[in-house]
Design a protein around this ligand. Structure first.
Ligand code: BGC
Length: 774
């Protein structure tokens, strides 16, 4: 018992302690679990949409003594809610965290002392599909099931355990008639099971639960923040586009669902459908959601004002269609509920350019909405997967916005769990889609993200834990090297701005970057990171072999692709210049030539616009700034013509699109809320514009490198970042050529600051500082 109570404390305190490493190992075991898995391994109605009625499970139990403390461990798969004596335990939704259930099952732990009483008590749980009874097209793990263990200690020093077993009862005849994450939830309030979660409920019509097979994975305490309703948003307009069809505009593309308030006769069915954009006639544009039916349906019980929110689905939307409403709907009928991993804010950014501020806001909404205990690619269509390549370097930028340390450490564990024995990495983690394409640029996240966790949060444990998997991946992928060139590339520089507004992928060979250039440069970068990790953990043999292989790849790249006459790699695409420059692969005597070539391309071919896709875009802005042309990064960042983030804003985007031409492209792959095209923009805003950057030799901002860039006529930048050491502030202002800079360095940190155009280091200790140019 003491051990269990201590664990609850640990779960809570870990969330507040970003610099601590994720203790997955310590809690990844099945010892202490005696409870059985229970559920019902059959469906009442067979549906090709894979919609199930929610399962309600319950048990009464008697306590004859006074409770001193009680803790519950609960794994309700796929998504679940837990009740004690008619109180919902905790405020999480869509719980627990996602995983490959054959490898790992996350359970949540709660102190439930205050919910128990002497006498008869009731435990109840509601089980939804989640990703366990998986949406169509993804790997399924079986029917929803649960395992629960309640440990109770009494004031007299004795203790008891209540566990899930064959004595529990189950029904599928509750109000949640169908649910799944893509299609929505149907709720019939006439079927509510009044008092089902209270002691003494008459469960005569319920059936005994089945003892069911374990999912197979090890039991692991969930240490990441839960998903919660993190905000409420009121619609800004409502229009009746045809009799009885009301279209609401939330004013913002959000992720979550709506709360419906309705009064009317029993049996009336009200439906809500969700979309990111509208058609010209003002009705929902649903084509880009592919097969997702995104419909929540509520059937009234006919008693006063009824308030409904779904539990086991979520949608990505700005617009809502309401139909079947009894009477006249009003703006107050719906309220948007914003749902995502409840991560603490980690920073703020604002500057004198309103467009840049708007773009930043779009990014924050996009990043936030795509946290569903994994970073998803998109929240609205029938996909919602954790694609590795979207977040490789991009994820480091997110760490300036939210406290992402625990979430990304957990995602690295998902990558480890997904890896095949031969070393092949899954491009989607957890591997709900079995996509083992052996693509370097996607798989590289397994190596890159742990390094970012070290730099941003001081997390060494994730590197240590992932190291064997990284080595296995490096060794396996090395088999794809031919003549010192890495050939394994599947996706290319995904989603470069296409030449034709209808296209998803460019057909123009000049815009594309040769796969082996992407793969060779990225693999080289991975080998450099591996060398860093191997040095950290004292593995000299690994250092030698990674360094030697990296050198070979550098030679291979330059021998095969560098044209010393023209100063370009292969066809000279923007990305083919960016990556060798970013990773230090260009021979010294050719650096300027290659950079000049990049500048020429951007200036004369794309006319100050971005020409990279997801891969090159994660490095572009820093390469430009670090080679003396921050003005070009600024132009790219503040453009409002195609292709640019500003173009999306001008076209009404309130998040970031999957495609640069998201307003015109084919809807079969065109989400309005993807994070991948953010590239290194956020890193650039914080590290180059504001000038707040961790020193890799003293990670987690123990030492900060502060080098702001006044550029593009900006008159001020105000940024802050809450690092593991505390709050860092960099606020500068340019008045009539005079640069004034206010800095806050947290206790325990030091900084080296540089005034603009001045290479003289200024050493700063913790405290506030005001610097200015004469
Ligand atoms: C996803 C992307 C992903 C890509 C890779 C798309 O369907 O939405 O985010 O990286 O596939 O093929």
């Amino acid at each position: 018992m003491r051990r269990l109570l201590a664990m609850v404390g640990l779960v809570v305190s870990m969330a507040a302690c970003a610099e601590e490493s994720l203790p997955l190992k310590a809690h990844s075991d099945s010892s202490g679990w005696t409870a059985k898995w229970i559920g019902k391994d059959e469906a009442e109605v067979k549906s090709k949409d894979r919609r199930l009625a929610a399962r309600y499970v319950r048990k009464d139990f008697l306590l004859t003594k006074k409770v001193r403390g009680a803790v519950v461990m609960f794994a309700g798969l796929g998504s679940s809610e837990l009740y004690f004596n008619a109180h919902k335990v905790g405020d999480a939704v869509l719980s627990p965290a996602l995983s490959d259930y054959t490898k790992r099952v996350y359970y949540v732990t709660y102190d439930v002392t205050s919910l128990l009483k002497r006498g008869t008590n009731a435990i109840g749980a509601v089980l939804g599909n989640g990703r366990f009874f998986a949406p169509r097209g993804t790997v399924s793990y079986g029917f929803p099931k649960l395992r629960l263990q309640l440990h109770i200690e009494f004031t007299d020093g004795t203790s008891t355990e209540i566990v899930s077993d064959e004595t529990w009862k189950l029904t599928t005849d509750g109000p949640i008639r169908t649910n799944n994450e893509y299609d929505g939830e149907e709720y019939d309030a006439r079927m509510e099971l009044d008092g089902w979660d209270k002691p003494g409920f008459n469960e005569a019509k319920w059936e005994p639960v089945q003892l069911v097979g374990a999912p197979g994975g090890i039991m692991s305490a969930q240490t990441i923040a839960p998903i919660r309703v993190t905000g409420a948003i009121k619609p800004i307009t409502m229009k009746e586009v045809s009799p009885g069809v009301f279209i609401y505009d939330m004013g913002q593309n959000i992720v979550g669902w709506c709360r419906l308030s309705v009064k009317g006769p029993a049996g009336t069915a009200v439906s809500m459908r969700f979309a990111e954009t509208l058609k010209p006639d003002g009705t929902l544009f649903l084509a880009n959601l592919r097969g997702a039916k995104v419909t929540d349906r509520y059937t009234l019980k006919g008693k006063g004002v009824e308030v409904y929110e779904p539990r086991f689905t979520y949608h990505g939307f700005r617009y809502v269609e309401l139909t079947g409403f009894p009477g006249k709907a009003t703006l107050a009928t719906l309220e948007g509920r914003v749902v995502n991993d409840d991560l603490e804010s980690a920073g703020s950014f604002m500057c004198s350019n309103p467009m840049l501020n708007r773009i930043y806001s779009n990014i924050v909404w996009g990043v936030r909405g795509n946290y569903r205990s994994i970073p998803t690619d998109c929240p609205q269509r029938d996909e919602r997967q954790g694609w590795l390549g979207d977040r490789s370097e991009c994820s480091r930028g997110e760490a300036y916005i939210f406290q992402t340390g625990m979430l990304y450490a957990k995602w690295v564990q998902d990558m480890i769990d997904a890896q095949r024995d031969n070393g092949s990495a899954s491009d989607v983690c957890p591997a709900y889609w079995r996509v083992y394409n052996d693509d370097v640029t996607w798989g590289a996240s397994l190596v890159i993200i742990p390094g970012a966790l070290l730099d941003m949060f001081g997390d060494r444990t994730t590197i240590e834990r992932a190291y064997p998997s990284m080595v296995k991946w490096i060794d396996y992928m090395s088999g794809f090297i031919t003549n010192n060139v890495m050939t394994a590339d599947k996706y290319g520089d995904w989603c470069v701005p296409p030449e034709n507004p209808k296209l998803i992928h460019s057909k123009d060979p000049a815009r594309k970057t040769a796969g082996p250039i992407l793969a060779t440069t990225y693999f080289y970068h991975c080998l450099e990171l591996m060398t860093r990790y191997a040095k950290m953990f004292g593995k000299p043999d690994d250092v030698l072999r990674f360094t030697a292989l990296a050198k070979k790849l550098k030679d291979g790249l330059n021998t095969k692709y560098l044209n010393r006459d023209t100063g370009q790699y292969d066809n000279g695409s923007q990305t083919s210049c960016v990556l060798p420059l970013a990773f230090g692969m260009v021979p010294n005597d050719m650096r300027q030539r290659v950079f000049d070539h990049l500048v020429d391309k951007i200036t004369n071919e794309t006319h100050g616009h971005i020409g990279t896709g997801v891969v090159g875009g994660q490095w572009l802005n820093r390469v430009l700034s670090d080679n003396g042309r921050p003005d070009i990064s600024y132009t790219i960042a503040t453009n409002t013509t195609y292709p640019s983030w500003g173009y999306m804003v001008e076209k009404g985007a309130t998040t970031v699109w999957e495609l640069w031409n998201g307003d015109t492209a084919d809807p079969s792959m065109n989400s309005g809320n993807h994070v991948m095209l953010v590239g290194d923009l956020v890193i650039w805003l914080y590290e180059r514009l504001a000038g707040i950057k961790p020193d890799p030799d003293h990670p987690s901002f123990q030492h900060i490198i502060m080098r702001p860039t006044p550029v593009g006529g900006l008159t001020f930048v105000k940024a802050s970042h809450r690092s593991p050491y505390g709050l860092i502030v960099s606020e500068w202002r340019c008045d009539h050529g005079k640069f004034r800079w206010h800095i806050v360095i947290p206790p325990g940190s030091t900084a080296t600051a540089y005034l603009p155009n001045d290479d003289k280091p200024i050493e700063l200790r913790a405290g506030t500082h005001d610097l200015f140019t004469k």
